[in-house]
Design a protein around this ligand. Structure first.
Ligand SMILES: [Zn+2]
Ligand SMILES: [Zn+2]
Length: 791
């Protein structure tokens, strides 16, 4: 009998999968035959097929078609054998991919026909382990609608049970210790199911058939309320008591899916101020959680795409246009145009939100920039002095998992922080990769491990500025290596010698490949778009170590996965004081004016912008003159900082991107004017001169033009620069394809205008959607480059 091997596309409308049906005619062709003939067929399905109700679905499908045989999970995928009438086997073959459960993602389906052996029934067999094999693992999934209904139904046995879940929802990645995915290999292993739960688990017609985290209030995890020391308060109803504390204006540490979140009332400015002080986070925006969509619409403008994203099973934070009329304190996200909003994604959150009627701040349970706390004892010590009380539970979290941050840009979903709901699902590439570990960058670190056609980009790890984050990074690499059975042959790292991720990479054994920061950005954008180049990598970024030892960040690269050439960049400007110039954008403002316009102009214009007077300025001018502690940068992020400070918006910042975000917020979208710029060729590179831009800003300020107009003209100037340089490269025989990458493109106004202007001028524009445009997507580019460079 002829064997048939082919792939079918996922039925789930996935944004990630883009598989072609290799031979769509094959299935229908095979159905032709006598129909009564008996047939036995063995399948191997790969993709996310474990932890998503796939085996119960197969069981039901076999029953429906009157087929006998078996199904099991293995570390290689799901194996199925069915035996019965030929027609029924063909029906089953079609339906197994086309009617798969909503959260399943079938990446490949292979089958072969074997001699019938006379199975008598259909059974779910024990899972088997196969050495070296691996399975894709489902991310955690937000509570589904039927489970929500049970939680709020006083007649249901799961009424108000905070850990209700089923095969379509609940924790997955955060509780899995090893594969294949079965309860004994999860942190649910310690909970023994009560007879009722066991019955659901064993009943193939039940929604909880083989739902590994299945539990109820009798047999499952429990919540407990503890005081600020972590001492149990012994209250009867921890959820109601927690709500009472939130109403009183207390800060609660709440154990969730992937770690502790700090919660407080978003409409109480006093508690907000306390939270900011305790977390040492003076301005960085917080996200809020609202009970349901109508509540979100009260505070934010929500379009159709944003509505879908809010309600998606990934349930990310979505950045939404914040209404002026919203009663949520502006102190939640000072100086922001957008408010980060999410809906409840566990039953515990649903209970807290609906029963309190509050708008809650939900922010990572950590001290600024440390990893999110995940264990109870760890939280008691690390969050001591931050939280007034702890709402804990006894289901362990195996791996930390922050909330993801997304936005809808030009009508497309974009991920700005990739974690809960998305990782560890891989980026599928159009080519196979060697086993590689890419260590990522310093800020917003993620790492990437590759195998076959998959790039497993980790969840957001954090800013690698302390030992806690480095430990978290190392431990999570270990978890990914084990789950996906990857032994890296090569290590890719950023060229910046001071990055902790670079230092980590360099002490590993094996082949090491250093990858320039913006080259990696470009490759990351190309890779997630399935494009190989050549392309122009337009990277507007904060800072990245350049091959000349300067700090790059306003770059036009030309290249593919193997090489790049620096075609154009913003002119170099000193950053007086190095890191101090990042913290104090007024230093950059001063540097732009002084360097580009000279001392006389500087003195003349000094009264125009608010800079600290006196000795500090003199020292800084000296640093610039003597080139002492004033590294050179071509960064676009620093240019945003400088212009922002000239407008008096952000003389100093407390988090990355703050000045740029405020500049975006005030920009008047009606304004279509721009400032001038020109380029000069130096050693085959176009140097973009910024003197007319800075002079233009000062002139407008002098005339008393509104900062909102100046901010818009600044954005428009960057768009004009982008289009002009890319066209020039194209005219000289370069590609017409442009990959936009780098943290500056988190700026929605800039991205939307740049894309529109480029497309209008005949350029093809690629942007990030699946991985962040900021340094959170860098590791993907590093891995792909290492793969090709090493060939
Ligand atoms: Zn459910
Ligand atoms: Zn139970």
């Amino acid at each position: 009998m002829k064997n048939s091997v082919f792939s079918v596309p996922s039925v789930a409308k996935s944004s990630v999968m883009n598989l072609e049906l290799e031979n769509p005619a094959e299935l229908t062709k095979k159905a032709v035959g006598t129909g009564a003939e008996r047939r036995r067929r063995r399948f191997l399905l790969k993709g996310v097929v474990q932890g998503v109700g796939f085996r119960p679905f197969v069981y039901g499908l076999a029953q429906k078609n009157n087929l006998q045989g078996w199904v099991n999970n293995s570390s290689a995928g799901v194996f199925i054998e069915v035996e019965g009438k030929m027609e029924a086997v063909e029906d089953f073959t079609r339906e197994v991919s086309h009617q798969a459960p909503p959260r399943a993602r079938i990446e490949s389906l292979k089958f072969e026909d074997l001699t019938p052996v006379g199975f008598r029934s259909f059974e779910i067999r024990e899972s088997v382990e196969e050495a070296g094999k691996y399975q894709l693992i489902s991310p955690d999934i937000a509570t589904c609608e039927p489970c929500q209904q049970e939680v709020f139904n006083p007649q249901d046995r799961r009424y108000r049970y905070p850990f209700t879940n089923c095969t379509n929802c609940g924790p997955r990645f955060t509780i899995i210790q090893d594969i294949p995915y079965d309860r004994p290999k999860t942190t649910m292993a310690q909970f023994r199911m009560c007879p009722e739960c066991q019955h659901e688990y064993d009943d193939p017609t039940n929604r909880r058939f083989h739902a590994q985290p299945n539990a109820c209030s009798h047999c499952g995890p429990k919540v407990e309320l503890c005081d600020e020391q972590g001492k149990p308060l012994g209250v009867d109803d921890p959820v109601s008591s927690a709500i009472a504390l939130l109403r009183e204006g207390k800060i609660l540490a709440i154990k969730g899916l992937g770690g502790f979140l700090l919660a407080c009332n978003a409409q109480n400015p006093l508690v907000l101020e306390r939270l900011r002080q305790r977390k040492r986070r003076p301005h960085k925006p917080f996200a809020v959680m609202l009970p349901h969509l109508p509540a979100v619409q009260k505070h934010c403008w929500v379009n159709e795409g944003e509505e879908k994203l809010l309600l998606a099973p990934e349930s990310p934070i979505v950045l939404l246009h914040w209404k002026e009329s919203s009663p949520i304190s502006r102190f939640v996200a000072p100086g922001q145009k957008y408010l980060g909003v999410m809906l409840p994604y566990t039953p515990l959150h649903h209970l807290l939100l609906r029963e309190s009627g509050l708008v809650l701040i939900m922010t990572s349970g950590n001290l600024n920039e440390e990893p999110i706390a995940k264990d109870n004892e760890e939280a008691f010590s690390r969050l001591q002095g931050i939280a007034d009380a702890f709402l804990i539970h006894d289901r362990d979290i195996y791996v930390q998992y922050d909330d993801s941050v997304t936005a809808v840009v030009s009508g497309e979903n974009t991920i700005l922080r990739r974690a809960r709901g998305y990782a560890p699902f891989p980026i599928r590439l159009p080519f196979p990769l060697k086993p590689i570990l890419a260590c990522g960058a310093e800020l917003k670190n993620t790492f990437c491990l590759t195998r076959d056609q998959y790039a497993f980009l980790s969840q957001h790890i954090g800013d690698m500025e302390n030992l806690e984050t480095l430990n978290h990074f190392q431990r999570t690499i270990g978890i990914y290596q084990k789950l996906f059975s990857i032994q890296p042959e090569m290590v890719a790292y950023d060229l910046h010698p001071e990055y902790l991720s670079t230092k980590y990479a360099l002490q590993l054994t094996g082949k090491k490949i250093g990858v320039q920061h913006h080259f990696a950005h470009m490759a990351s954008c190309l890779a997630e778009n399935g494009a190989e180049g050549p392309a122009i990598g337009l990277t507007f970024d904060g800072l990245g170590y350049g091959t000349d030892g300067n700090l790059w960040g306003g770059e036009f690269l030309l290249g593919n996965f193997r090489f790049f050439e620096r075609k154009a960049h913003f002119e170099y400007i000193p950053m007086p004081g190095g890191a101090a110039a990042i913290q104090h954008p007024w230093r950059m403002a001063l540097s732009y004016v002084y360097t580009l316009l000279g001392k006389e102009e500087f003195m003349k214009h000094q009264p125009l912008f608010a800079l600290p007077q006196g000795e500090k300025v003199r020292i800084i001018l000296q640093q610039i003159d003597q080139k002492f502690n004033a590294p050179l940068t071509s960064s676009c992020g620093r240019l945003f900082d400088g212009v922002s400070a000239l407008l008096g918006l952000c003389p100093s910042v407390s988090y990355e991107g703050q000045a740029a975000m405020e500049l975006e917020r005030i920009a008047n979208p009606e304004e279509d004017g721009a400032y001038d710029f020109f380029t000069e060729e130096e050693e085959g590179k176009e140097i973009i001169r910024l003197r007319p831009l800075i002079a233009g800003v000062l002139k407008d300020l002098g005339k008393g033009i509104e900062p909102s107009v100046i901010a818009a003209k600044f954005h428009n100037t960057l768009v004009n620069i982008g289009v002009a340089i890319c066209q020039k490269i194209g005219e000289r025989g370069g590609p017409k394809k442009v990959a936009l990458s780098g943290g500056v493109f988190q700026n929605r106004l800039l991205t939307e205008r740049m894309r529109a202007a480029m497309e209008k001028s005949g350029l093809e524009v690629l942007t990030h959607r699946l991985v962040p445009c900021n340094d959170g997507g860098l590791a993907l580019g590093q891995a792909v480059i290492a793969n090709f460079v090493a060939q």
